[in-house]
Design a protein around this ligand. Structure first.
Ligand code: NAD
Ligand code: AHE
Ligand code: ZN
Length: 370
C-alpha cells in the first residue's frame, strides 16, 4: 500500500513529506494506522547525526497511538480495530530478560530495531524504489506503519489519540523512572535536571509518590511556570547561580543532598552534577537523558565509595504491554495530567515546526495528528 510519511533523508536536514510504499504485515506482525505522534528530544538527537545507531534515510518517530488495520499470520492478541500504542521497548514475555522480571529491556528484537529493519531483517518502507529504514521499531512519523505484535500495547478505545500518544515515551519514561526505577518514597527530596517533556513527567511522578521538596534545574526560566504547576517547589538556574555552584545550591536547599536526582537533559556535565548533589550515604541519581555518540561520564570514585548510587533507565523501567494500558487508565481517571504538557498540535506537513519549537525552548510537547 501507499502511505504518507515524514522522511529524514540525512543528518541535520529538515524532514520532507513523501508518499511511501509500505509492505504488509508478515507473520507475527501488525499494520497500524497512526492517528497521532509526539515529537521527543530523542527524535531530534537521531536527526542531528549524534546517534551511533542513526540511519538514513529513515522514518523517525516513536511516541504514537493508532488503530490496528490488519494482522499477519499467527497474531493472537490483537485484531483489526483495536487501539494501540507502539512500544520501542517491546515485551515478548519469553526472553531471558522478560522472564527474569529484573528489567524491562526485552531482547527479542533489539538487534534488528537498532539496524532499522523488521525482525526478518528487511525494511517495509521504500520511496521511489529505494529502501527507507524503520526507527526504534516504531516509525510513527508515518500514517501507516508495521510493528511486531510484541511491540504493541492494546489500550482502551475511549482514550484520545492526540493525548495518549505521549504515553508511548515521555509520560511513561518520566513517571516510570520515579516509580519503577528510583522507587521514590514519601517525604523524599527530589531534584530534576531538565524541565522538558521528560523532566516535567518526573516532577509529576515525584508529586504522586509524595516527595517533599522537588527542585528543578534548567537554563530556561520559561519552564518554571509549568514546572510549578506540576509540583516543583524550588528552582535553580545554572546561568544565575553559576554552573560550578549548582551542586552546592542543591545541597543547601536539601539540608545535605538529594535523596533522588534525575538527569533529563543528556549532557555529561549535568549527569555529574546530578550524581554529586545526592546525599552522602544513600542518594541515588537516575540518568534518563541520552548523550551523544562518544561522550563519557566521570566523577571521583569517592562519590560512590561514600554511598551515592548511579543508575539509568529506559522507558521508565516499564513493561509496555502490561504497564502502558494502566497508565492510559490513570490519564482517563484524571490521576495524571497530560493535556497541559501538550503545548502544540500540528498536521504532518508542519512537523519541522515541532523540531524548531523544541530547539527554541518554546514547547513542552508537540503532537502531530494525521
Ligand atoms: P526537552 O528538549 O523537552 O527538554 C530538555 C530540557 O533541558 C529543556 O527544558 C532545556 O532547557 C534543558 N536544558 C538543556 N541544556 C541544559 C543545561 N545545560 N542545564 C540545564 N538545563 C538544560 O527534551 P525531552 O524530550 O524532555 O528529553 C530529555 C532527554 O531525555 C533527552 O536526552 C532525550 O533523548 C532523553 N530521553 C530518554 C528516554 C529514556 O528512556 N532514557 C526517554 C525519552 C527521552
Ligand atoms: N541509539 C541510541 C540509544 C538511545 C537510547 O538510550 N534510547 C532509549 C530510549 S530514548 C526514547 O526517547 C532506550 O530505550 N535505550 C535502551 C535501548 O535498548 O536502546 C544510542 O545513543 O545509541
Ligand atoms: Zn522518546
Amino acid at each position: 500500500m501507499k502511505t504518507r510519511a515524514a522522511v529524514a533523508w540525512k543528518a541535520g536536514a529538515p524532514l520532507t513529506i513523501e508518499t511511501i510504499e509500505l509492505g504488509g504485515p508478515k507473520a507475527g506482525e501488525v499494520l497500524v494506522e497512526i492517528m497521532a505522534t509526539g515529537v521527543c528530544h530523542t527524535d531530534a538527537y537521531t536527526l542531528s547525526g549524534a546517534d551511533p545507531e542513526g540511519l538514513f534515510p529513515a522514518i523517525l518517530g516513536h511516541e504514537g497511538a493508532g488503530i490496528v488495520r490488519e494482522v499477519g499470520a499467527g497474531v493472537a492478541s490483537l485484531k483489526p480495530g483495536d487501539h494501540v500504542i507502539p512500544l520501542y521497548t517491546p515485551e515478548c514475555r519469553q526472553c531471558k530478560t522478560c522472564l527474569s522480571r529484573r528489567s524491562n529491556l526485552c531482547t527479542a528484537i533489539r538487534a534488528t530495531q537498532g539496524k532499522g529493519v523488521m525482525p526478518d531483517g528487511t525494511s517495509r518502507f521504500a520511496c521511489d524504489g529505494g529502501e527507507v529504514f524503520h526507527y526504534m521499531g516504531c516509525s510513527t512519523f508515518s500514517n501507516f506503519t508495521v510493528l511486531p505484535e510484541i511491540a504493541l500495547a492494546k489500550v482502551r478505545e475511549d482514550a484520545p489519540f492526540d493525548k495518549i500518544c505521549y504515553i508511548g515515551c515521555g509520560v511513561t519514561t518520566g513517571i516510570g523512572a520515579v516509580i519503577n526505577t528510583a522507587k521514590v518514597w514519601p517525604g523524599a527530596n527530589v531534584v530534576v535536571f531538565g524541565l522538558g517533556g521528560i523532566g516535567l513527567n518526573v516532577i509529576q511522578g515525584a508529586r504522586m509518590a509524595g516527595a517533599d521538596k522537588i527542585i528543578g534545574v534548567d537554563l530556561n526560566p520559561a519552564k518554571v511556570e509549568m514546572a510549578k504547576k506540576f509540583g516543583m517547589t524550588d528552582f535553580v538556574n545554572p546561568a544565575e547561580v553559576g554552573s560550578d555552584k549548582v551542586v552546592q545550591a542543591i545541597v543547601d536547599l536539601t539540608g545535605g543532598g538529594a535523596d533522588f536526582s534525575f538527569e533529563c537533559i543528556g549532557l555529561p556535565v549535568t549527569m555529574r552534577q546530578a550524581l554529586e548533589c545526592c546525599h552522602r550515604g544513600w542518594g541515588e541519581s537516575i540518568i534518563i537523558g541520552v548523550a551523544a555518540s562518544g561522550q563519557e561520564i566521570s566523577t571521583r570514585p569517592f562519590q560512590l565509595v561514600t554511598g551515592r548510587v548511579w543508575k539509568g533507565t529506559a522507558f521508565g523501567g516499564a513493561r509496555g504491554r502490561t504497564d502502558v494500558p494502566k497508565i492510559v487508565d490513570w490519564y482517563m481517571e484524571g490521576k495524571i495530567n497530560i493535556d497541559d504538557l501538550i503545548t502544540h498540535t500540528m498536521p504532518l506537513d508542519e512537523i519541522n515546526t515541532a523540531f524548531d519549537l523544541m530547539h527554541e525552548g518554546k514547547s513542552i510537547r508537540s503532537v502531530v495528528t494525521f
